[in-house]
Design a protein around this ligand. Sequence first.
Ligand SMILES: Cc1cc2nc3c(=O)[nH]c(=O)nc-3n(C[C@H](O)[C@H](O)[C@H](O)COP(=O)(O)OP(=O)(O)OC[C@H]3O[C@@H](n4cnc5c(N)ncnc54)[C@H](O)[C@@H]3O)c2cc1C
Length: 307
Amino acid sequence: MGLMRAALLWASDNRWLRERATRFGFVRRAVTRFMPGEDLDSALAAARSLGFGAVFTRLGENLTTLGEAQAVADHYREVLERVRAGSFDVEISVKLTQLGLDLSREECERHLHGLIQRARELGNWVWIDMEQTAYTDVTLDIYRRARERFPNTGLCIQSYLYRTEKDLESLIALGSGVRLVKGAYSEPPDKAYPKKADVDESFFRLAVVLLGPEARAKNVRAIFGTHDPALIRRIEEYGRAQKLPAHALEFQMLYGIRRAEQERLSNAGYKFRVLISYGEAWWAWYMRRLAERPANVLFVIKTTFAR
Ligand SMILES: Cc1cc2nc3c(=O)[nH]c(=O)nc-3n(C[C@H](O)[C@H](O)[C@H](O)COP(=O)(O)OP(=O)(O)OC[C@H]3O[C@@H](n4cnc5c(N)ncnc54)[C@H](O)[C@@H]3O)c2cc1C
């Protein structure tokens, strides 16, 4: 792992640094490139102005009480209601740790099922983010239980993990919603491919499975969450070779990253959504965005001094 990436991932977990750095105006200003604001109104305004469908996720830190998990669940309920009232094309994506997984699995599942149930009544979807490998098994387990009861839910899987190929087989059998990404955390080499080229190749192999006959027969909703131009091109070419119509492919990207490509994919007839993160707890998340592309650090420096 590059030194810069390792340092940024270390910073993402460092409380001392977070408490100090987030007070600086220039850090807060730089964050606006990736986050329209800290509250739901800012996210809704961004979704409207972009003109794409969106997925909302509220940034959060580790919870210490079940009351905080309740507040997160209440917030997402409010999102579902406001999206419906304002006719926004917005789905939600939640982290199980934000719904209290570390404190009580039972409460976490209760919140999750409540949200999916309400989303179903409103004709909407709930996605589950994938977090660090310590949570992979339990996340899959909770997802499978939710999927048995509700059709309107999907799970994120990470191509950097060796295990994902096997996990995907079982998800396809469920006829699930699957959002494929590379993976954003720092994982050991016995669990995740250390080389980027291998992560990319794994992504493409998994994409081929997601577009294959079994997944289609099971009505899997497959989403490719990447900004990688080479991978996107390969997936588009594969789709064309399989004679899949453009609208059979769904891409998603993060707010603020590769906007021209977002327009292009949407105009080309693919399903496209932008994932918008917002909230006060943005430090760890922002450090991970910088770690994905250390050139962004240069951008931050330029933003800082260009005023
Ligand atoms: C919709 C969506 C949902 C996600 N959900 C999860 C999740 O639940 N769990 C999880 O672990 N990860 C999640 N991720 C993050 C993901 O794992 C990657 O860390 C992230 O998408 C960067 O990988 P990439 O595929 O874009 O490829 P990369 O190889 O990292 O990047 C390819 C190219 O994209 C551009 N790019 C990528 N990142 C940036 C950036 N930060 N700033 C500017 N340009 C950039 C650059 O041009 C870069 O060369 C999600 C990503 C998306 C898009």
